[in-house]
Design a protein around this ligand. Structure first.
Ligand SMILES: NC(=O)c1ccc[n+]([C@@H]2O[C@H](COP(=O)([O-])OP(=O)(O)OC[C@H]3O[C@@H](n4cnc5c(N)ncnc54)[C@H](OP(=O)(O)O)[C@@H]3O)[C@@H](O)[C@H]2O)c1
Length: 266
């Protein structure tokens, strides 16, 4: 079977209204035939669609405002794709939320939203749309996890655990789907300047990517997306889009938990 290419692809990007999702749309736009942009903020999707349409008149763009934490909205999206007979061959499960602070003081509504979006929505959309991806093979599925999914993380407990789920699930699917022509790649970014940190901050708190990580571990949105897209073409199972961070992650994964605990408690 020929390998997956971005040329003339039909890609669905969740969380396309900002950050990495919008950057995926920008970098795919010169190559893709159709982009389906999904997020809650309709006006942001509209602005991005206008920008891309002007630059790439050949491109067909659908804006779908949907709250993916709701099962009926996910089902509606999948039903629309089937009804329109869209030749979906690239799914980017990127939408995600965090919460920064200790578990004891977390709001249950926020934690539930994280679990519903980062775990349930990603799994449900994958389940709903994998038949379409197989049908259009060679296809690609990109699951956006995180480096924090490789370790337990203080003050990010539920978010890190939700990404541990994504990281594990994606690696299993990479193997399962190999014989069906669907390339499955886990993108595990480290700190990246996006709106993620202001969204994850609790009421009255201000956080930014630079307050959370040393400069050498911070990667730009452009770089994260460009490296991820290259990894898909190489059929890579996992991509950590920063070399220094990738080395640190592989070292930390090798040390016993008692030492790791000391390291993260500092
Ligand atoms: N930035 C980092 O340092 C970093 C590091 C590792 C992993 N990640 C992961 O990267 C992914 C993208 O995040 P980002 O950094 O680009 O942050 P971002 O700029 O905050 O983007 C998050 C996207 O998710 C969408 N979203 C949130 N709730 C949603 C819902 N209920 N339904 C549909 N869409 C929803 C948001 O759109 P609306 O608000 O318009 O719905 C937005 O487009 C996430 O999975 C995040 O966990 C980020």
């Amino acid at each position: 079977m020929p390998s997956f290419q971005f040329q003339n692809s039909c890609a669905l990007i969740t969380g396309a209204s900002s950050g990495l999702g919008a950057e995926f749309a920008r970098q795919l736009a010169p190559h893709a035939k159709r982009l389906i942009l999904v997020a809650r903020r309709a006006e942001r999707l509209k602005a991005l669609s206008q920008e891309l349409r002007q630059a790439y008149p050949h491109l067909c763009i659908d804006q779908k405002a949907a709250d993916l934490s709701l099962a009926q909205e996910r089902e509606k999206l999948a039903a629309w794709i089937e009804q329109e007979k869209l030749p979906l061959n690239f799914l980017i499960n990127n939408a995600g939320l965090g919460d920064l602070g200790d578990f004891f003081h977390a709001s249950w509504e926020r934690l539930e939203e994280i679990i519903e979006l980062n775990i349930t929505a990603l799994t449900h959309l994958t389940h709903l749309l994998l038949p379409a991806l197989r049908k259009q093979a060679p296809s690609a599925l990109l699951q956006v996890g995180s480096i924090v999914g490789f370790f337990p993380l203080l003050n990010y407990g539920v978010y890190a655990a939700s990404k541990a789920y994504v990281n594990s699930f994606s690696q299993a699917l990479h193997i399962e789907e190999a014989s069906h022509g669907v390339t499955v790649t886990l993108l595990a970014p480290g700190p990246t300047p996006t709106e993620f940190f202001e969204q994850a901050a609790r009421l009255g708190k201000k956080i930014s990517v630079t307050s959370r990580a040393p400069a050498c571990f911070i990667t730009s949105q452009k770089e994260v997306v460009a490296v991820a897209l290259k990894a898909i073409l190489r059929n890579q199972a996992i991509i950590i889009p920063n070399k220094k961070l990738s080395i640190m992650v592989s070292l930390l994964r090798r040390i016993p938990f008692c030492l790791f605990q000391k390291f993260i408690s500092k």
